[in-house]
Design a protein around this ligand. Structure first.
Ligand SMILES: *Cc1c(COP(=O)(O)O)cnc(C)c1O
Length: 251
């Protein structure tokens, strides 16, 4: 197995497998409990393990444990892992981090879903890139995209204003190769996550009246997934609680 050297492998493989398995078991129990408390069916909340900064070997372990979707936030790093794991069939790779237009062509080769579309310009670049990837025989599916919404007004964290969601969703619906699949957000560090997720849920309700297929609500991370599930999350993006502490704190 090809290993991405992050300089962070501190445990032997068997120990790492045991560690990931117990983290995953605990996390799935948390999600089940949160769904029970919210009166939701756990089958309606997908778990997206976020594997950024961790090696391809960890993804192979999670695959053996039954996981089939993985979140990555840096195109270069993700592409290296995709290339390192050719034998694992049926994986859906999710690009969850900020994306520059000049990386669109690369991401269109491997991404199943992009969670971080926050401008018409980026949408156009991804649309052209996905068509090009289809023409080159690199993919045969459209690209699911989520609109990233800003829950504060801090542009450095990405996301568009609530008021711009509808226009971007209409634009995506007119694209050739993109499917508007829902919304994504990252709550501000100092905000009350319940208030932030409630606002997001309201925006998602509005979006679905215009785009009924946009059912995905990507919200909730290691520290706030219970709150996100109460507010309708259909996809929790969980890094630390599965993988352990990242060597560098970065989003
Ligand atoms: C890293 C990352 C996560 C996971 O964060 P944790 O707090 O480690 O669970 C979720 N979403 C995005 C966009 C990320 O970049």
């Amino acid at each position: 197995m090809n290993d991405i050297d992050t300089g962070y492998r501190t445990t032997p493989a068997a120990d790492r497998a045991a560690e990931l398995e117990s983290n995953l078991t605990r996390l799935l129990a948390r999600i089940d409990a949160a769904c029970a408390a919210a009166g939701r069916d756990p089958a309606t909340v997908r778990l997206l393990p976020v594997t950024k900064f961790f090696p391809a070997d960890d993804i192979a372990i999670l695959y053996r444990l039954g996981r089939r979707e993985f979140g990555e936030s840096r195109p270069q790093e993700a592409a290296a892992k995709v290339a390192a794991l050719p034998g694992l069939l049926g994986i859906g790779w999710h690009m969850i981090g900020r994306l520059q237009r000049n990386k669109a062509r690369q991401v269109a080769r491997w991404a199943h879903t992009v969670h971080s579309v926050d401008s018409i310009r980026l949408a156009d670049a991804l649309d052209a890139a996905t068509v090009a990837a289809q023409d080159a025989g690199e993919r045969d599916t459209p690209l699911r995209v989520l609109i990233q919404v800003s829950l504060d007004d801090d542009p450095s964290r990405g996301g568009i204003a609530f008021g711009a969601v509808s226009e971007l969703a209409d634009h995506l619906a007119r694209s050739q190769a993109l499917v508007p699949a829902g919304l994504m957000a990252i709550p501000p560090l100092d905000a009350d996550p319940a208030a932030a997720f409630a606002g997001l849920a309201a925006a998602h309700d509005r979006l679905r009246t215009e785009h009924p297929g946009a059912v995905e609500l990507s919200a909730g991370m290691s520290d706030d997934l219970e709150t996100a599930i109460v507010h309708g999350s259909t996809c929790v993006r969980v890094g630390t609680a599965v993988m352990g502490t990242r060597p560098i704190t970065s989003r």
